[in-house]
Design a protein around this ligand. Sequence first.
Ligand SMILES: [Zn+2]
Length: 70
Amino acid sequence: MKKAIVDYHQDEENHWVARLACGHFQHVRHQPPFINRPWVLTPATRAANLGQKLNCIKCDEGAENDFEPI
Ligand SMILES: [Zn+2]
């Protein structure tokens, strides 16, 4: 299910995690060469990607919320 990014935070290992409109977290790592999301590295490009929709597997699985959706 495609869900929009509403915010971000970093996990214990400083990987970026998107907060999705559905109430789930999803890692948006930049780990070349396998995962290339250079846009997560700067505040400006992270902000520009707010509203981008990611496929939320947790929704498809009916997983409980990671946080209370806004
Ligand atoms: Zn979800």
